[in-house]
Design a protein around this ligand. Structure first.
Ligand SMILES: [Ca+2]
Ligand SMILES: [Ca+2]
Length: 158
């Protein structure tokens, strides 16, 4: 199962490369390319987050954000560790670099977006109340324009 999830994440980032090739082939306008890149980024990060286990494998207290010793993204081992995660490419003094889950730096055209992730434990009511966690990835550009991708992961299904 872990292998399948990892493959999904790698695929999500791979889609970025393919989307790029297709877009260029279709000679889309800059605006459409920009929009597509931002959306792909948001979705790729969302896939990464929701591929993680619902609960921290170590157990213990539920803690939004990284737990003890989870000092970087590659050490996050459950969904809520991503709460507050940011990659700020727009910080003039110390800009972050956007990488995929394996640490590969994404192409330059993606390095103009900033990433912000928030997670929140909540309950969604459809036919019955379902406890879970909602994940929202927000991608912004330097003009302040924002794109989001969100998903609710039920506790039982995670
Ligand atoms: Ca954790
Ligand atoms: Ca945590």
């Amino acid at each position: 199962m872990i292998e399948v999830l990892a493959a999904t994440v790698i695929l999500a980032f791979a889609v970025i490369a393919v989307a790029e090739a297709v877009s260029v082939a279709q000679s889309q306008t800059y605006e459409a390319l920009h929009d597509g890149r931002a959306t792909s980024l948001a979705e790729a990060f969302l896939e990464e987050v929701v591929s993680k286990p619902y609960a921290d494998p170590a157990g213990g207290e539920v803690n939004l954000g990284p737990d003890l010793d989870e000092l970087s993204r590659n050490l996050f081992d459950n969904i809520d560790d991503y709460h507050g995660f940011t990659l700020d490419t727009l910080n003039a003094d110390d800009p972050d670099v956007i990488t995929d889950i394996a640490g590969n730096v994404l192409p330059q055209m993606y390095q103009i977006f900033s990433i912000n992730i928030s997670t929140q434990y909540t309950t969604v009511t459809l036919f019955e109340s379902v406890p879970g966690i909602s994940v929202t990835v927000t991608v912004t550009d330097k003009t302040g324009r924002a794109w989001t991708a969100s998903r609710f992961v039920p506790e039982s299904g995670g």
